[in-house]
Design a protein around this ligand. Structure first.
Ligand code: SF4
Length: 466
């Protein structure tokens, strides 16, 4: 019998032994389980990173991370011990193993990861590439789709991802990016959002996000979600927290579980669907503690825990990697795979992005293994449009890597725009992935990633162009 392209085997989740890392050698199980301990021991700088890994990593690795932080990084370092422990999970890490690790590749970026020179960013890359701020109905409330809004309650997370699409607003400023700041006080911002939603009954679905809601004092989150639950027209509420994976200890705290239970009971009584959405990109991140947190959240009464991952080259952009992740989520943790977003066109992200054609192939290759309700859709978040399944593209110039998309609703800034539904909207493949003719076309417009790469003596583009 011939082998299947993907070989499914049920796998047990593993919590890597944190005591293999010099800085965590004496940490007890009770300390590890404490959200407070995890937060107090996050790595925020090179000194703290050295404190965890010591001499197991050589100087070149630390210099590589430092060069990125002082150079192109759009996000500052913030890594809970839980996340660090999932990098190179089954060995004392060497620098080479760390550089090759999928979690490290997006959570602890190094300068050598990025494409050199002008190739690092697509010419149309932008801060706030999805134009969320333009669509703020009130500060932090993006009204893009007719029936749905995104409520950004805060601008911090317990962990910072290198590719963050909200790099414009979320986290601390880096040498490359001075972050925007909210102007309203949190309590006033929340009040303004609730007032808008009370006055806008066409909105039935609210994504409560940030940042990450795990960084809000639970009383504040409970007050806001409680306010949403009093609005008759709100029927779906989704709480966005990558911390369910990055800091599962947060969601296991007694006060958080009790508070979530109260909100879930109210939601149920009012016929509102309350769910938690998380963001996991690699199977090795799904550990027994993550599974315990997800099952605890479900037991507290939320309707579902769903995963919205990001498709990232070098992290998960192969069919086996995506399927391994989905099965770990579904079988191991009761988390429903939901979406994989193509990485947005933010600055210095070209090395993470894949082409639309590659995304379409991946969608094809993952079909048929998972139950239909848990087969994730790979989506392109097209600027000024919103999420489109990758096969919904209206026209695609593969040579130049330009895809054209249409839409069937007006965003919040187009209510008076008669042409909005007739227009075509563009998205761009990474130039380094284009055939020679396409790269030449961009080069004629002043963009030459291959020449930039040669000048830097690097060879990574060769693997992107294959
Ligand atoms: S958790 Fe989400 S909002 Fe926070 S840094 Fe990561 S991608 Fe950005």
């Amino acid at each position: 019998m011939l082998e299947q392209p993907y070989d499914y085997t049920a796998r047990e989740l593993v919590e890597p032994d944190w005591r293999r890392l010099p800085g965590f050698a004496d940490v007890t199980a009770d300390e590890w389980r404490s959200a407070q301990w995890q937060r107090a021991h996050c790595v925020k700088n090179l000194r703290q990173l050295r404190g965890v890994y010591g001499d197991t990593l050589d100087e070149s690795f630390y210099a590589d991370v430092q060069a990125d932080q002082s150079g192109r990084a759009t996000m500052s370092l913030l890594l809970p011990p839980q996340m660090l422990n999932t990098m190179v999970p089954d060995a004392v890490p060497t620098a080479a193993a760390m550089l090759a690790d999928p979690v490290r590749r997006y959570m602890l970026p190094a300068a050598s990861d990025r494409l050199p020179g002008a190739a690092a960013s697509h010419p149309y890359a932008a801060r706030d590439s999805l134009h969320e701020h333009e669509m703020w109905a009130v500060e932090g409330l993006t009204h893009r789709y007719p029936t749905k809004v995104l409520a950004e309650l805060l601008s911090t997370c317990p962990q910072y991802c290198g590719h963050c699409t909200r790099m414009d607003l979320v986290g601390n400023s880096t040498p490359a990016v001075a972050k925007l700041r909210f102007e309203l006080k949190p309590v006033d911002r929340q009040a303004a959002m609730l007032a808008y939603l009370r006055a806008t009954p066409g909105v039935r679905d609210v994504v409560v996000s940030g940042g990450d809601v795990a960084n809000l004092p639970f009383a504040s989150l409970e007050a806001f979600v409680g306010g949403l639950l009093e609005i008759e027209s709100v029927r779906d509420i989704r709480l966005a927290s990558k911390a369910l994976m990055g800091l599962p200890q947060h969601w296991l705290q007694d006060d958080v579980v009790a508070g979530l239970g109260r909100l879930a009971a109210t939601a149920r009584a009012r016929g509102v669907s309350l769910a938690v959405h998380t963001h996991v990109n690699a199977a090795q991140s799904v550990t027994p503690l993550v599974a315990e947190a997800a099952r605890t959240v479900l037991a507290a009464g939320v309707r579902d825990v769903r995963n919205q991952g990001v498709l990232l080259r070098g992290v998960n952009a192969t069919a086996p990697a995506l399927l391994d992740l989905c099965f770990a989520l579904l079988d191991g943790a009761g988390i429903t795979p939901y979406y994989f977003y193509m990485c947005d066109m933010v600055p210095s992200a070209e090395h993470w992005r894949v082409s639309l054609a590659q995304a379409q192939t991946l969608q094809h290759d993952i079909m048929g293994y998972l139950p239909g309700f848990a087969t994730p859709r790979i989506v392109c978040d097209v600027p000024y449009v919103g999420k489109r399944w990758v096969h919904q593209v209206a026209e695609y110039d593969r040579e130049r890597g330009i895809s054209y998309w249409t839409k069937n609703y007006r965003t919040g800034i187009e209510v008076g725009d008669e042409a909005a539904l007739d227009r075509r909207y563009t998205y761009y493949d990474p130039i380094a992935t284009l055939p020679p003719g396409g790269r030449a076309w961009w080069r004629d417009r002043g963009v030459d990633p291959v020449a930039a790469d040669r000048a830097a003596g690097a060879s990574r583009l060769a693997s992107l162009v294959d």
